[in-house]
Design a protein around this ligand. Structure first.
Ligand code: 2DT
Ligand code: MG
Length: 211
């Protein structure tokens, strides 16, 4: 018997309403149906003490300085890293809706410095794959519920989108950019194809860190 195969860390990124939740759910369902131990989670995790502060900020019931909310988003990932590492090493594949790149994209879109924003993310577990659902922000606004939370403004989302494009150009080795304007079925098909090739490869590799 070989060593226990670890799970994969698969992240979905993109603007609000780009289809991340639907696609992460469908990928998780597919992997589970193939007998692959899989769990889904999302950042921010609003259930922790810090997550509740983040939720108050996002729902506009609390104002915080840009630097403060940025670091809280990062701490919210750090506070869950031990648990995520344990699950991955035990063989569970994790499908994560938003990660460090959301942290960078949304804060840099406010005008904050890119390197400053990325610094607290260094050392977190590096995803094996990032599915970047790239959408044109004007089209996103037509989707339901857009505009209820802080950041859900077309103009702001186009700045977020520009930062994602910048990150993609640096991280293209494990980022998969997908056109979010195709149907949910088409998108799922493309994602499934990539994920199925990826899993057997990465699960024998050691976990890496964001650097
Ligand atoms: P949801 O719409 O996915 O619930 O996200 N955000 C998220 C940040 O600004 N920094 C982060 O580190 C993360 C993970 C993106 C809520 C909003 O929070 C933003 C949208
Ligand atoms: Mg949202």
């Amino acid at each position: 018997m070989g060593p226990i195969k670890r799970g994969a860390l698969i992240v979905f990124e993109g603007c609000d309403r780009s289809g991340k939740s639907t696609q992460s759910r469908r990928l998780a369902e597919l992997l589970k149906s193939r007998g692959i131990p899989t769990e889904s989670l999302n950042f921010p995790d609003r259930s922790t003490d810090i997550g509740q502060v983040i939720n108050s900020y996002l729902t506009n019931s609390k104002d915080l300085q840009d630097e403060v909310i940025h670091l809280l988003f990062s701490v919210n990932r750090w506070e869950l890293m031990g648990k995520l590492r344990q699950k991955l090493l035990a063989g569970t594949t994790l499908i994560v809706d938003r990660y460090s790149y959301s942290g960078v994209a949304y804060s840099v879109a406010k005008g904050m410095d890119f390197d400053w924003c990325y610094a607290p993310e260094r050392g977190l577990i590096k995803p094996d794959a990032v599915f970047y659902l790239r959408a044109v922000p004007d089209r996103l606004a037509e989707r339901s519920e857009f505009g209820e939370e802080r950041y859900e403004k077309v103009e702001f989302q186009s700045r977020v989108s520009a930062v994602y494009d910048r990150i993609f150009s640096n991280e293209s080795t494990y980022w998969h950019q997908l056109d979010a304007s195709v149907t949910a079925d088409e998108l799922h098909f493309l994602i499934a194809e990539i994920a199925e090739k990826l899993l057997p490869k990465v699960t024998t590799q050691p976990l890496d860190k964001l650097s």
